[in-house]
Design a binder for this molecule. Structure first.
Ligand code: NOJ
Length: 559
């Protein structure tokens, strides 16, 4: 499929939103996550960068997505791959400059693509000027109010102030040394010790983030992905959990440090700022909550626009479970009038081609599994997702059917949680391996052949998975994504609305209608008879026979 890259009507038409026109470009947008370190390396240092992303924007336009979400590219010591920000208004030199960011935003807009940037408000880097000054100035410094500094427990303050654990493993507290070198207060970090948590009760913190929002809105970005949106407010007094089984509670309960009701006031203030700008600037919450109903609180009409649907991401390739999560997601969003969102992969979880290659359970896998089965199901799962009402998120490389790299040697791993966690969350490098673009040897066009090795090694078998290798091959996963996104663009009923009309189906099969469109997904490993009618638009499986759904496949029909 070729598209006219000069056609900018997609953006200008909806950005202008003249009075009376339906608003809400984001309600059914397909948003593509770029992980800048691993997307494209323009300067050959082995690390992706903004000029690299910029040079590949035509590829994203041709793929057919509506918007690009960029993971953090700000000044950062990279203790957590950029989710430890030292300066929120600067681009890290390893990724380029503010001028590169400006050029990227302009080029994207000229191509009809919107740009969403990551915002990390729960914590900064320990190298952030505020935190460094707070340490230097010692107890009593006003800067300490901007973080959570506390004296320790025990006779000499040798024990952490409470029993909270870091999401990356180990205590959520690290003890500081006073300016004279003696052991001093502790500070809170829900993630790595290099990521101290901000104290959102401090007006200076709230003011600073309102200003950071404006800085990037003035740069022209179309929205923000809000990191750890559920974590900003902590329960008063930072009470103990009273258990050392924090892992069991996480995701199942409201915690004293997650999903506190106070966070919503922050988002109401942010929404006012977003609404001041033309063109419908949006924010999407990374909010891990116990239920989809609590997730819906983040997207009430005066708060953020979208929230990731992690319940969907965690669902097995199983018709009954999928139907249940689709129904509950749509039901939860209805009362708040927010679009449902759907996501299968991101930079924190095992890619869905590898998840579905393994028995269900867990999003941090080390097993390669049955690759063929995983890819078949991944393709089917993607077509199912793209037929649901609402907005869908894609993670770079899934359009190539990339699996996780499950055999990275320990010495090349860089995920901080690998070094701290007890198998809890430590295998995120496997989904972060740089993309293969072209050629038969590493770095497969990720960077110039004269450059250094990529920051994580790419497997030899990725030559076959490169963009170049898949382009023009009608059986390739890349062409499946291109076709699916083209159909979705031609038939707005796929993403529109809030309902699916379920059709009767055999166990293991999902069948639903949306206007003149029907989606059929067979989640079983056997062919299933189904009285298909109408015209086949697209299928994730090969050799579609009339009246028979191929194993682990999804097909789209015009009726
Ligand atoms: C969520 C991000 O997606 C993840 O990569 C990061 O480690 C944590 N938040 C902490 O910022």
């Amino acid at each position: 499929m070729t598209q006219n890259l000069a056609d900018t009507t997609r953006l200008t038409a909806s950005a202008a939103t003249p009075a009376g026109e339906p608003r809400g470009w984001w309600r059914d947008a397909v948003i593509y996550q770029v992980y800048p370190r691993s997307f494209a390396d323009a300067n050959g240092d082995g690390m992706g960068d903004l000029p690299g992303v910029r040079s590949r924007l035509p590829y994203l336009r041709e793929l057919g997505v509506d918007a690009v979400w960029l993971s953090p590219f700000y000044a950062s010591p990279q203790a957590d791959a950029g989710y430890d920000v030292a300066d929120y208004r600067a681009v890290d030199p390893m990724f380029g400059s503010l001028l590169d960011a400006d050029g990227l935003i302009r080029d994207a807009h000229a191509l009809g693509l919107r740009i969403i940037v990551d915002l990390v408000p729960n914590h900064s880097s320990d190298q952030h000027e505020w935190f460094q000054r707070a340490l230097r100035e010692g107890p009593g410094s006003a800067l300490r109010e901007r973080y959570h500094f506390r004296p320790g427990k025990g006779e000499t303050g040798e024990l952490p102030p409470n029993d909270w654990e870091s999401i990356f493993g180990g205590p959520a507290w690290t003890r500081t040394a006073d300016p004279d070198g003696t052991p001093g207060d502790w500070y809170l970090h829900l993630f790595a010790p290099e990521q101290p948590d901000f104290n959102w009760d401090s007006p200076a913190v709230a003011d600073e983030f309102r200003s950071i929002l404006r800085f990037w809105l003035d740069m022209g970005v179309d929205g923000f992905r809000v990191d750890v949106a559920h974590g900003l407010v902590k329960a008063p007094g930072l009470p103990d959990l009273g258990t050392h089984d924090q892992l069991k509670l996480l995701g199942n309960d409201v915690m004293p440090f997650f999903d506190q009701d106070g966070v919503h006031e922050i988002y109401r203030a942010w929404r006012k700022i977003l609404d001041e700008y033309p063109g419908e600037r949006i924010a999407v919450a990374e909010a891990w909550t116990p239920t989809v109903e609590r997730t819906a609180n983040y997207v009430r009409p005066d708060e953020l626009h979208q929230a990731f649907n992690f319940q969907y991401l965690g669902t097995a390739w199983d018709a009954a479970e999928l139907r249940a999560v689709i129904d509950s997601s749509l039901a939860a969003m209805r009362p708040v009038d927010a679009p449902a969102t759907w996501v299968l992969s991101n930079h924190d979880v095992t890619r869905h081609a590898t998840r579905f290659a393994n028995p269900p359970g867990g999003t941090q896998l080390r097993e390669r599994g049955d690759r063929e089965l995983g890819l078949r199901r991944a393709r089917a799962a993607t077509l199912l997702m793209l037929a649901l009402p609402g907005s869908a998120y894609l993670y770079q490389g899934e359009e190539l059917g990339l699996p996780d790299v499950t055999d990275l040697p320990d010495e090349v791993r860089q995920d901080p949680s690998f070094f701290r966690a007890d198998g809890q969350d430590g295998f995120r490098d496997g989904c972060r391996v740089p993309l293969p673009w072209s050629g038969s040897t590493a770095p497969y066009g990720f960077g110039p052949t004269t450059g250094g090795p990529s920051w994580l090694p790419q497997p030899a078998e990725w030559a076959e998975l490169s963009v170049e290798a898949q382009t023009g091959d009608p059986t390739s996963t890349l062409e499946l994504y291109r076709s699916a996104l083209a159909v979705r663009r031609e038939r707005p009923e796929l993403g529109a609305g809030r309902e699916v009309e379920w059709l009767p189906s055999a166990p293991g099969v999902l069948a639903f209608r949306r206007g003149s469109f029907v989606c059929l997904a067979n989640t079983t490993r056997q062919p299933v008879a189904y009285p298909t009618a109408g015209r086949l638009l697209l299928s994730s499986g090969e050799g579609v026979e009339p009246g028979l759904l191929a194993p682990d496949s999804t097909s789209w029909w015009a009726v």
